[in-house]
Design a protein around this ligand. Sequence first.
Ligand SMILES: [Fe+2]
Length: 312
Amino acid sequence: MATLAQPPGEFAAIPQVPADVFTAPLKRPPQVGEDWLEPRQREYSSDEDVVWNELFARQMEILPGRACGAFMAGLQKLHLGSGGVPDFARLSESLARLTGWSVVPVPMLIPDHVFFWHLANRRFPAGNFIRTRETFDYIQEPDVFHDVFGHVPLLTDPVFADYMQEYGKAGWKAMRYNRLKALGALYWYTVEFGLIEEAGELRIYGAGILSGPREAIFALEGQSPNRIMLNVDRVMRTDYVIDDLQPTYFVIESFADLYHQTVERDFDRLYRSLNPGFTYANSAVIEVDDVLHRGTQEYHLRGGRGSDATPA
Ligand SMILES: [Fe+2]
């Protein structure tokens, strides 16, 4: 398996989006070009550095013993807890040595095809802003804490780093088949909300769980959600929620398992067999599932976020 890979070839240029492919109508701010990269990382105020430090400290109360080993090791290797919002140039230097990745600042959520292009070239786009005290607990738009604390530590793991690049390259094919939604579900259930088996126990590797205060215990120990072994064909047909805890988590055996399950698959065949919409509800358990825990779904049945349901 190649690390420090030099992709390009067909991945060198930003892909063209076919005319029939729907992309979110994002308005590009004037300071960024076609690549959506900010001219530089912004300077954070000391108050903003304190927000980072407090978010970091809060996660460190929750994550040891719950986050996967590679994530905890990545935090150490990159010194993400050394005070304040990390400097992207310093992070990129360390990542370049470890796995050939870099971290680049973007103003907001960027269009899928540009995101794929950066990943295919081993650049991780990270938000150039941080949440405020008012949005301390929950922010829908990915900020620098979600992006850097949640995602970047795992880019120090050579196999996961390769998976992320392959995911970016997969975007080209998904666009050709007009199946971005399905590829998005794969990202959601792995990179954002994935669980992994480690020494007979479940651990978290998904950035959406790792960067927030509510979901770690729910995902690992809650009775409500399903926990099912990852099956790529099935996951790519499965709907997901973006603004609440997940009704279902998918579990991998290892990053090598994730890499092989996805990279060695015949995606042409898969895309030809997929419907444009999702086939399975996000709480469904289906016949082919290798189920570790069949959830009660009590949290969602009681109304989920915004209700008085406890995430248990
Ligand atoms: Fe994310």
